[in-house]
Ligand binder design. Sequence first.
Ligand SMILES: Cc1ncc(C[n+]2csc(CCOP(=O)(O)OP(=O)(O)O)c2C)c(N)n1
Ligand SMILES: [Mg+2]
Length: 326
Amino acid sequence: MKASEQRELLRRMLLHRQIDTRAFQLNRQGRIPFALGGEGHEAAQAGASLAFMRGQDVLVPYYRDLGLALGIGLPVIDVFTSLFAKKADTSGGRQFPSHFSNKALGLVSISSIIAAHVAHAVGFGLAMQYRKERGRAVLCSFGDGATSQGEWHEALNFAAVMQAPVVFFCQNNGWAISVPQSKQMRINDIADRAIGYGMPGSTVDGFDPIAVYDAVHAALERARNGGGPSLIEAKCYRFLPHTSDDDDRTYRQPEEVETQRTRDPLPTFERQLIEKQIYSTDEIALLKAELYEHIDQALEEAAALENPSADSLTTNVYAGTEKAWL
Ligand SMILES: Cc1ncc(C[n+]2csc(CCOP(=O)(O)OP(=O)(O)O)c2C)c(N)n1
Ligand SMILES: [Mg+2]
């Protein structure tokens, strides 16, 4: 991979981590009601986002995919406009946090219903196929827990039968809120499920952004060229509680989290880039400071925006009040 692409991967990972940190700080300060972090998922999402072709592909993500959304071009200010529930948000400040969407970027709005969006993704893929739009594919992302839902299985089976251009990207962090993988399934590798549907499946180290990029890139290329769907499982870990409303000490040992933290993909990738002389320590420090400044400005700009008016309270809630989203 080119040095410039490796630098870009690190930039995306750092941006994701820094925004997560700021969102949890804002939550603890009482400035936003809810935060949902992807710490431990940065490498998987940066790698997958680099394989996405903006203007061609469609991303059907889930709520933990801030890094994927930023990676394909979601502006930082939009993240905070949503977190502060401002009028300028695509949903007019009415959307649940971490439910970003951006039509121009091909970023589909998130379904709060776990795995429902996997069927939607197949629908997008079938539409591309029906319109004979070669060179386009759908990237659909979800967690390990989503693969325990019936809809997930129906969606994968149908995608395989129809040879729809969809890449199913599982970020297996070992937990579905308080339920560990061992209580969800009797298999170790979720990618093993692919064979049951007749599509290629592979497991990659979700802490290695280059490995994830390689796997997702190859699968998207295959889909774009009529080769049908695939399932990729990126094994990672969730370092934070499920959300700011969750206390993970009630269901997992802090030692487990500490052990996983020693494998944190951020310092690991930073070290790798320094060893390869792609970045110096000073350059990384400068990059972090620049990102911090950018986030700071976007955050304050968003905080100063107008709130939705009280009379918009029922817009898009009752029939007859529909207003198209941006
Ligand atoms: C159909 C459905 N069931 C339950 C929930 C509640 N819920 C929200 S997130 C979640 C866990 C999903 O875990 P996973 O797919 O592994 O993603 P992760 O949060 O670990 O990234 C659950 C059960 C839901 N939103 N939808
Ligand atoms: Mg999970």
